[in-house]
Design a binder for this molecule. Structure first.
Ligand code: MD6
Ligand code: FE
Length: 207
């Protein structure tokens, strides 16, 4: 389906991954989660647990605990390097990101039906000239996006299984979050829930 311009810098590709691609990506993610188990991130300072579980693939992974948000090359609990990024994800970046260097990190979020993600900015990267590219699998999510200041007007968008969403340009630092998951809206995953993948460039390319 043709991309939809949601807002300046925000592009939505409904059904970017077809049904067979979604199934094979879930198989690859299952293997990734075997090597790099989902962990429960904690809020900086307070240590309050997130409702979302996370793991990563690629050279760097995003983690959060009492010491803060950061990218690191190893799993926070096992110490092992993150598994490689599946080829289909690298291809999605090439096709949609309009950025000449490959992604370095893919954050994998798992939402149980009751999980949510508060409004936040993605700003732990050094390179904001690259977009963040997200892919959704499983149950539909109600996604909210606003501007670059907290408390402004927001719009709501449904992200279904197979959808891609890119945040770049003037939207790169837009506030966004997940209000809720529509449990049972997809039969891709064996249990109700949603997986979201966000591909990012972390460091500025050298040379
Ligand atoms: C989610 N997504 O869809 C959460 N961040 O579960 C994000 O936080 C996100 O979709 C940056 C760019 C695109 C996103
Ligand atoms: Fe985000």
């Amino acid at each position: 389906m043709a991309p939809l311009a949601v807002a300046p810098g925000v592009t939505h590709w409904p059904g970017y991954l077809d049904a067979a691609e979604q199934v094979s990506l879930v198989d690859e993610l299952r293997e990734i989660a075997r090597q790099a188990p989902f962990f429960t991130p904690r809020m900086p300072k307070t240590g309050k647990p997130f409702s979302v579980k996370m793991t990563n693939c690629g050279a760097l992974g995003w983690v959060s605990d009492e010491s803060g948000y950061r990218y690191q090359p190893d799993h926070p609990e096992t110490g092992a390097p993150w598994p490689a990024m599946p080829a289909r994800l690298l291809r999605a970046w090439e096709e949609l990101a309009a950025y000449p260097h490959p992604p370095q990190a893919c954050l994998i979020n798992f939402y149980e039906p009751t999980a949510r993600m508060g409004l936040h900015q993605d700003r732990d990267e050094q390179d904001f000239s690259a977009p963040v590219l997200s892919l959704s699998l499983g149950d539909t999510a109600v996604f909210r996006i606003g501007g670059t200041v907290r408390g402004g007007r927001t719009i709501s968008l449904k992200l279904a299984s197979g959808d891609a969403l890119a945040f770049g340009g003037e939207a790169r630092l837009a506030y966004h979050g997940i209000d809720r998951i529509l449990a049972g809206s997809s039969s891709l995953l064996p249990q109700a829930g949603r997986i979201n993948l966000t591909l990012r460039r972390v460091t500025k390319p050298s040379g």
